[in-house]
Design a protein around this ligand. Structure first.
Ligand SMILES: [Zn+2]
Length: 262
């Protein structure tokens, strides 16, 4: 297939073939706007409409690019990216409006008139999509344009659609029939516990160094300074390992108890 129509109506995206001048809806793919994009970015769907388009062999490359883009949009302090991915700080609001107009001109658009059973006619706009890059871009812009809330799950780091701003974790299954929502908070508490233990241990080691160097020669002072720096460097790496579950909490605690090597 070389051409698809992406049709946006309300919150829904319809995907259609357009080979005979009449759209043939591909009902298996139709979904809330943005859902197919997120599934594609997180490599979760076997029935992606994008797989029907030329350029799909580059999916992996685009996946990374667009995910970075979305995560960038979510970061505080970064307001806007232009179409080439260049960061624009503090854009003027009018530019945001023009962005949409520029975007519409850049794509081949077809208007479709839908005869509805109950309420007359509805005009739908279909973007003529001929490659996967355009497909991803159109979907991304529509996702943002619709003002739909999306977030990065604080546990698995995948993009999801939360019910409200307060929701931090997604509903994906992660382990033993548990979702990120089930385990995310517990992991965070555990992570915080590890960080607290690291901070306490560092303070203890620092106080120990101060005690030991009081009234001592410069070489002793240098020795302790180097030893503390080294301990801290290693401890930070161990902390990361423990937070990722590569070593157990007990192993980490045992490390923190080790003496500085002077
Ligand atoms: Zn998650």
């Amino acid at each position: 297939m070389s051409e698809l129509l992406f049709i946006y109506s309300g919150n829904t995206t319809f995907y259609a073939e357009d080979e005979s001048g009449r759209p043939m809806y591909l009902l298996d793919y139709c979904a809330d706007t943005g859902i197919q994009l997120i599934r594609f970015l997180e490599n979760e769907s076997q029935t992606s409409p994008y797989s029907l388009l030329p350029g799909y062999e580059k999916a992996e490359e685009f996946r990374e690019y667009f995910k970075d883009f979305l995560v960038g949009l979510l970061c505080t302090g970064i307001s806007f990216y232009d179409l080439e991915g260049n960061k624009e700080e503090n854009p003027h609001p009018i530019e945001l409006l023009e962005f949409d107009e520029r975007f519409k001109k850049a794509y081949n658009v077809r208007h479709l008139i839908l005869h509805k059973k109950d309420s007359g006619f509805e005009i739908q706009m279909g973007y003529v999509i001929t490659n996967i890059w355009d497909a991803l871009f159109v979907e991304l812009i529509k996702l943002v344009e619709n003002g739909k809330l999306f977030k990065q799950c604080e546990h698995c780091k995948r993009i999801f659609f939360p019910k409200d701003r307060a929701e931090k974790y997604c509903d994906r299954w992660v382990e033993n029939n548990k979702t990120c929502k089930d385990v995310g908070y517990l992991y965070k508490v555990e992570k915080d516990k590890l960080l607290k233990a690291y901070n306490t241990a560092y303070k203890t080691k620092h106080a120990e160094k101060q005690r030991k160097i009081r009234g001592k020669s410069q070489s002793t002072i240098n020795g302790y300074t180097t030893a503390l720096d080294k301990w801290r460097e290693t401890a930070r790496l161990e902390l990361q390992k423990a937070q990722k579950g590569e070593i157990t909490a007990d192993e980490f605690m045992a490390f923190l108890k080790k003496k500085m090597e002077v």
